[in-house]
Design a protein around this ligand. Structure first.
Ligand code: NAD
Length: 270
């Protein structure tokens, strides 16, 4: 996020309470989304990975976030405790942001076929896809008046991107889960959508072999010939999480400066 950028202020989220997961530092996509939601009046709780307190606490203070809980999404007891903490503080929820993914570093490089292990595959699917289903179940139970849930995915689910490998398969499962959750929760007035940003410079990207190359390619192969901006992703999140997005559910929204629409480039022409 550009240092001098001010998230548009307003009241689109005034009176709305919700959870943002996945803030690890000021580069996290979840942080950009939280800044935008707070600038529009949302009351936010952070669920962060255990051990991240020292990094997350100062960020929470910047936004006036008072409810924080540690959660490891692979641990049911930790999930129970974290959601209980938020329930005790907020009672009900209006929105939920799932911004969590993990795969072993060894599986995010080279040959997908040769480097994918059973243990690594299941771990990536557990943390990056099943956790979304689990969070959607727990969050929707706290949304008696309807609500909006989003998750973060990447185009490596739709196309084979070098080194993205197991994570691409996990993201494909996550996107399918978004549609099934939207179908289940629609009658309760709960919308469920996925945002698909282009490559962005975060801790998660650093874990992928050739992550810098993904950034450069994302830029040069995009329609707009520019990086995906945090402001653009946060703005799309605001649209989906506020009442502006009221008729949109089960959708996969690309926020990637037009990376996903491109065929071959002029340089590739024979
Ligand atoms: P990030 O590293 O800042 O965020 C990932 C978060 O997942 C971290 O906060 C981490 O603590 C959390 N996490 C990992 N394992 C967990 C567990 N077991 N329990 C609880 N939390 C856990 O990186 P980011 O790029 O902001 O990633 C957020 C989301 O955006 C991810 O789903 C990622 O795949 C997606 N995404 C990222 C990019 C990109 O280029 N950075 C592009 C598209 C989509």
């Amino acid at each position: 996020m550009a240092d001098d950028y001010q998230m548009p202020k307003g009241e689109l989220m005034k009176g709305k309470k919700g959870i943002v997961t996945g803030v690890a530092n000021h580069q996290s996509i979840a942080w950009g989304i939280a800044c935008q939601l707070a600038a529009q009046g949302a009351e936010i709780a952070f669920l962060h990975l255990p051990g991240m307190e020292r990094r997350v606490q100062p960020l929470a203070e910047q936004l006036g976030v008072k409810v924080l809980a540690a959660v490891d999404v692979t641990d049911d007891a930790s999930m129970d405790a974290a959601f209980e903490t938020v329930k005790a503080a907020f009672g009900t929820l209006d929105f939920f942001v799932h911004s969590i993914a993990f795969a072993n570093k060894d599986e995010l490089k080279g040959s997908f076929v040769d480097n994918t292990t059973r243990e690594g595959f299941l771990r990536a699917l557990d943390i990056s896809a099943f956790s979304f289903v689990d969070c959607a179940r727990r969050a929707s139970a706290m949304m008696p008046n309807g609500g909006s849930i989003i998750t973060l995915t990447y185009m490596g689910s739709e196309r084979a991107i070098p080194n993205y490998n197991t994570m691409g398969v996990a993201k494909a499962a996550l996107e399918a889960a978004t549609r099934y959750a939207a179908r289940d929760l629609g009658p309760k007035g709960i919308r469920v959508n996925a945002l698909s940003p282009g490559a962005m410079r975060t801790l998660s990207l650093a874990g992928i072999s050739g992550g810098r190359g993904m950034l450069a390619k994302g830029r040069s192969l995009s329609a707009m010939k520019e990086d995906t901006s945090m402001e653009g992703v946060a703005g799309a999140a605001l649209w989906l999480l506020s009442d502006l997005g009221r008729s949109t559910t089960g959708e996969l929204v690309h926020v990637d400066a037009g990376f996903h629409i491109m065929g071959f480039t002029e340089d590739d022409e024979a």
